[in-house]
Design a protein around this ligand. Structure first.
Ligand code: GLC
Length: 466
């Protein structure tokens, strides 16, 4: 089976969020399982690997009245083949993308496929940046070239909130008018993908159900309902080779499920000291992720501030995103310099140290398609405090024989407050249940193999789709 995997971000070339992690680990795992997979992604100006890329082809991509010089580069990294698309529109992965930037990226992807010298079964696209591909395939490529006739498409939704919405005046760029790309009077990339891809999936079973509801659907619930019989949920996995407390060379000391008590406390002491925070005997809370509304930061504010005021914890925050949240955590750090550290930006080395040092991992999301970082935290023995939604609901359990963290149900400050205080109480009381939770948490599996196997079964269905 031959798959073209298209994504706007792939770690380590470019990373804004979890999409980059999955776009790295899934194709690699599929290749290891014997599929032929090639990844196609944009070449952004700040890509630090680009000196090593090899020019593969130059093309002038014609599109309606527009034409753009496009260069394609190849690069093999960790035994996986990447093809980078470079043109003057694709400067950086920032939130101000224009219609033409990603429309031309989508056209460029389809335009190069024939030059790859392989027969292609499926184009696996991800999120809105790639979601016009099925429409363009139908409108521009299939009608004129039999090479494209039987190529199928799968759209994976990692983020339903960002949809690529543009003014309808851009319709003049499209080969013909069609209702499938319109939502609320705008051209909508993600809706186009939902309506036109052979199959759609999202990244957990619970989230797959949730997005059919108005609250979680971001106006796409109707479109998703219309495609419900071609919609699946596959839980994300994380790359267990990249995150392993028993072998990682970044930690002060390695540890496993039998030695975590000493292991974690040595790592904690080292990190607290190196950051000039006070008192390693306090519980250490960690938030590590994209700083966006989705992640439930607003819900935590009053509880975090009360706890800091009473000097009952230390807090480390790692991430970047909306400036209002960045300013918030900068301010919190200024106010409580002995108990708060804000590390702006994504940094794997620092993240690992923080996973190992922390006691609890905060992710009380408003919505969460899958979530990856809480799984990594669990492997390092840091207990997740999460809202039971999306992928968090499928992986974190508050009660029962497999309990491995703390959950609450409603997006409600008081519910968060109560479960947060319960976690602190357990820590201070040295409650034996905490040890049980940690041991279960540390046994979290990466799901990487299961995830790849589920995608292979889904690809099979996609191929059979009429
Ligand atoms: C997005 C989602 C997150 C998911 C990731 C990778 O960042 O918010 O839940 O884990 O994509 O699929």
């Amino acid at each position: 089976m031959t798959i073209i995997f298209v994504s706007s971000e792939v770690y380590p070339f470019q990373k804004h969020g979890g999409l980059a992690d999955i776009s790295a680990s899934l194709p690699k795992t599929l290749t290891q399982k014997g599929l032929k997979v090639k990844s196609i992604l944009p070449l952004y100006e700040d890509d630090t690997f680009q000196d090593d890329y090899q020019l593969f082809k130059k093309k002038t991509i014609q599109f309606g009245q527009e034409s753009i010089e496009t260069e394609y580069y190849t690069y093999t990294f960790e035994d996986h083949e990447y093809l980078f698309v470079k043109n003057s529109l694709l400067s950086s992965l920032d939130p101000n993308e224009t219609f033409l930037t990603y429309l031309m990226f989508n056209v460029s992807v389809l335009s190069i496929l024939k030059d790859l010298d392989m027969s292609i079964n499926i184009i696996h696209i991800n999120d809105w940046h790639t979601a016009f591909i099925p429409f363009l395939l139908d409108a521009m490529f299939r009608p004129v070239d039999p090479f494209y006739e039987n190529i199928k498409t799968l759209l994976t939704i990692h983020n339903l909130e960002r949809q690529g919405q543009f003014d309808r005046s851009y319709e003049t760029y499209l080969p013909y008018k069609n209702f499938t790309y319109i939502l609320n009077g705008h051209i909508n990339f993600l809706k186009t993908g939902i309506m036109r891809a052979n199959y759609i999936n999202t990244v957990s079973k619970t989230y797959k159900q949730e997005i059919l509801l108005r609250f979680y659907g971001f106006d796409l619930d109707s479109a998703l309902k219309a495609r419900q019989d071609h919609l699946e949920g596959i839980l994300n996995g994380f790359d267990h080779h990249l995150y392993d407390p028993t072998t990682s060379s970044t930690l002060s000391i390695n540890y496993d499920i039998d030695t975590y008590e000493d292991g974690k406390s040595i790592n904690k002491k080292a990190l607290i000291e190196s950051l000039d925070l006070e008192d390693a005997s306090l519980p250490l809370m960690l938030f590590n992720g994209r700083l966006g509304r989705q992640k439930g930061i607003d819900l935590m504010k009053s509880t975090l501030e009360d706890t800091l005021l009473n000097e009952n914890m230390n807090l480390i925050v790692v991430g970047e995103g909306d400036s209002k949240y960045e300013s918030y955590f900068k301010e919190l750090e200024r106010k409580y310099p002995k108990h708060v550290h804000f590390h702006e930006g994504f940094n794997k080395t620092f993240s690992e140290k923080a996973y190992a040092a922390s006691d609890f991992f905060l992710l009380p999301s408003l919505f969460e398609p899958s979530g990856l970082n809480h799984l990594i935290a669990m492997r390092y023995g840091s207990l997740p405090i999460v809202r039971a939604t999306g992928g968090l609901k499928d992986t974190v359990f508050n009660e029962g024989p497999n309990q491995n963290g703390f959950t609450f149900v409603n997006y409600d400050e008081e519910e968060f407050h109560d479960v947060f205080l319960e976690a602190l109480r357990m820590y201070y009381d040295k409650d034996p249940l905490l040890e049980e939770k940690i041991k279960h948490a540390m046994q979290v599996t990466s799901h990487l193999e299961d995830m790849a196997d589920s995608y292979i079964s889904l690809y099979q269905k996609v191929l059979e789709d009429e």
